[in-house]
Design a protein around this ligand. Structure first.
Ligand code: ADP
Ligand code: MG
Length: 687
């Protein structure tokens, strides 16, 4: 088929260009057609703004100007980024370019006229443009005016080269392109045919047709995702019966007693659901969603005790060594005294320790193990694994979960615990294949964190407050603003903030620096220093958001708070208020935008993660919703779970219908396997 042919078949693409395309994961002509333009980044010449006209609410906008200053930099970690200052008669804007875009800067000159499209916010001094595409006007003028796509690029590719290749591919698609959505669905939703939709997503004839094309592709993606989930669920149920367990006995009661507290009402309810699942004939497949600090660990311990009491082994997987160790301490405190043999398996065990654990798991003498990724290595063999628990699941991909489940001969019970507050309506659809238990409220005796919100001019005072806390013997966190959806860039920002603070406000105070680019051992060292109180302040990116427990930390400063989602700030805030002292969370922002400030005010009054998540959803123009990236939903290509929540519900309905009708189900499975979709849907079905 033409879509399986390599792109070198197209005019103007030789082996060298093909290599550049390969960096974009484009190898075949089909891949190229599925390389959609960046959403919201079409150049619509009827809407070119002046810099003064740019609104600073984070909307994507197009403007024209001349380059005033070019600044290409390379950080210590060899990460390239560039800032380009662009000016016109009305003002200046600073354009931030990251990753592949930086290469293009080489071809630009001071004084050159450029078109920029990007998200505009108010920076400290000038308007700041992120998520930007920047191209020389002389290149754009060669193309016909109208609505033009801009593509993600790498290396030596230019927009025009990609556009011309896509045009040729579209000409081929016009002759022959099978439909992948079942006919009744096409009729019901009045979708554009696949060719029309492809043509308009690349070269829209009008904004309306661009919307129509987008509507179709969003639906298509969510529909195949839901069909895939249903397909899996049916398969698992058909192939496996669960390990049916008995009602709780003495051992379980002993463990419950060892917890040292009464379960809260919501813990009791969630436990009842878990208990029923484990005593049922089907394997449990349950997600427990509970706010930070709601006490999910206790549920895990109880479930582990139940599995062991029934003569089986169980494992708990945590996303970091620090968290695994925290859980291990709990297990030693609660499970060991009841006579359950526990172990810890992480990457930093010595060879001898590791061998002992592996032997214990293989011969069944270790009944409950907690660990990191180390648990999914092939060398790890269980004698009789019946319960797999993953904590803070958003750090694990579906594939990793599956690998762990494969370590059991019968289908094990699966329990997933997460603090990511995805609103219930969404959770049911997003998790399609999971049952969900919700835990609300906190255990008794917690002092709510007091949240304050200040603008940039209050910074010195805020840092005085931090020093005051330190003088009282406490510790604090400083969280760096999110810059791009990229570990690397955030890591860099954190290093810069660290340098700045340790030379100014926090001079002489021992500080630690934590970000995602550190090696595991480095991270552990930084955390350990902080846990032990050697460092007083931890300057960090959002990596600190997962489960870390330092009760002595009483203050968190979130810099650039306007860049965070509410739910995400709530997760961060959950790091303080874990001890008996009153804790504080200070949101700092440079924004003067009343909408932004109002959004931040919500954080002051609301301490319910679910409510905040719903608010985020409502206000979502404001930005990202915590956790979606980690949920593997970033695998979504064009759909956006939040923006497209309604479509998701429709797609779920349509998928339920389609997969229950054998003929349609066969059509869908066949369509998913067709190579014209660059294997994207195939991967969903065969995950
Ligand atoms: P998370 O849900 O964020 O994982 P944890 O399981 O770490 O929360 O629990 C937070 C803290 O609350 C722990 O110190 C735990 O011992 C305590 N806790 C949990 N359940 C209860 C309860 N029912 N009563 C009192 N304290 C509890
Ligand atoms: Mg936890």
């Amino acid at each position: 088929m033409w879509w399986q042919e390599p792109i070198t078949k197209l005019k103007g693409i030789g082996p060298k260009k093909a290599l550049e395309f390969e960096n974009l994961n484009v190898q075949t002509i089909g891949d190229l057609l599925n390389h959609f333009p960046r959403q919201g980044c079409y150049l619509d010449y009827s809407h070119v703004k002046t810099i003064k006209e740019l609104t600073t609410d984070g909307e994507m906008q197009l403007f024209k100007g001349r380059i005033v200053r070019l600044n290409q930099r390379r950080s210590a970690r060899n990460m390239k980024y560039a800032t380009v200052t662009v000016g016109d008669d009305t003002g200046f804007a600073e354009v931030m370019l990251f990753g592949p875009q930086v290469y293009g800067v080489r071809f630009l000159k001071n004084g050159e006229e450029v078109l920029v499209i990007g998200k505009v916010t108010q920076g400290r001094t000038a308007k700041s443009v992120t998520n930007a595409s920047l191209s020389a006007v002389k290149e754009e003028q060669q193309a016909a005016p109208g609505i033009l796509p801009t593509y993600a690029l790498t290396g030596g590719l230019s927009q025009n080269q990609v556009r011309s290749a896509v045009k040729q591919a579209l000409a081929l698609a016009k002759k022959e392109l099978p439909e992948c959505l079942p006919a009744p669905i096409m009729v019901k939703y009045h979708f554009l045919g696949r060719y029309e939709a492809l043509r308009n997503i690349h070269f829209p004839s009008s904004p309306k047709l661009l919307d129509e094309a987008t509507r179709r592709f969003v639906f298509e993606e969510l529909f195949f995702l839901q069909c895939g989930l249903l397909h899996h669920r049916t398969k698992i149920k058909q192939e496996n019966s669960g390990i049916k367990m008995s009602p709780n006995g003495k051992l379980w009661l002993q463990v419950k007693h060892n917890l040292g507290f009464e379960l809260t009402a919501s813990q009791k309810k969630a436990w009842q659901e878990i208990d029923d699942d484990m005593q049922g004939t089907e394997p449990m497949n349950r997600l427990v969603q509970g706010d930070v600090g709601s006490g999910k660990t206790a549920l895990a311990l109880l479930a582990m005790a139940k599995a062991v009491e029934n003569g089986y082994q169980t494992c708990l997987m945590a996303p970091t060594e620090i968290l695994a160790e925290q859980h291990y301490k709990e297990m030693q405190k609660v499970l060991e005294p009841a006579g359950i043999h526990t172990a810890l398996l992480t990457g930093s065990l010595s060879t001898k320790q590791r061998r002992e654990v592996l032997e214990g798991l293989a011969d069944g003498s270790i009944q409950a193990v907690v660990g990191t990724y180390a648990l999914i290595q092939d060398a790890v063999v269980f004698q009789s694994l019946a319960l797999v628990i993953t904590d803070e699941q958003h750090r694990f991909g579906v594939a990793q979960r599956a690998k762990l489940q494969d370590k059991s001969t019968a289908a094990p019970h699966v329990l997933i615990m997460t603090a990511t507050p995805i609103p219930r309506t969404l959770a049911l659809t997003v998790y399609g294949d999971l049952d969900v238990s919700l835990m609300k409220g906190l255990p008794p005796g917690r002092k709510p964190v007091q949240t304050l919100c200040y603008t940039e001019d209050m910074r010195p005072g805020v840092y005085k407050g931090l020093i005051h806390q330190i003088q009282q013997g406490h510790q604090g966190y400083v969280v760096c603003p999110l810059i791009e959806e990229s570990e690397g860039v955030d890591a860099k920002a954190a290093s810069e903030l660290y340098d700045e603070l340790t030379q100014t406000y926090l001079k002489g105070i021992p500080c630690g620096l934590l970000h995602g680019r550190l090696k595991a051992e480095e991270k552990d060292q930084v955390m350990e220093d902080f846990v032990k109180g050697k460092t007083k302040v931890l300057i960090t990116t959002t990596v600190v958001e997962v489960g870390v427990n330092v009760p002595n930390a009483t203050l968190m400063i979130i810099e650039g708070a306007d860049r965070f989602g509410l739910a995400q700030m709530h997760q961060l805030r959950g790091r303080v208020g874990r001890g008996s002292a009153q804790s504080y969370c200070v949101l700092l922002t440079a924004s003067q935008n009343p909408v932004t400030l109002e959004r931040l005010q919500i954080m002051r009054t609301c301490s319910d993660g679910f409510l905040l998540a719903e608010k985020d959803l409502e206000l979502r123009g404001a930005g990202q919703f915590f956790g979606l990236r980690q949920h593997g939903l970033s695998d979504l290509y064009i759909a956006d779970i939040l923006r497209d929540a309604d479509t998701l519900v429709e797609a779920r309905k349509a998928a339920l219908w389609a997969m229950h009708d054998p003929e349609t189900a066969a059509f869908v499975e066949n369509a998913a396997a067709t190579t014209q979709f660059d294997g994207r849907f195939d991967r969903i079905f065969n995950a």
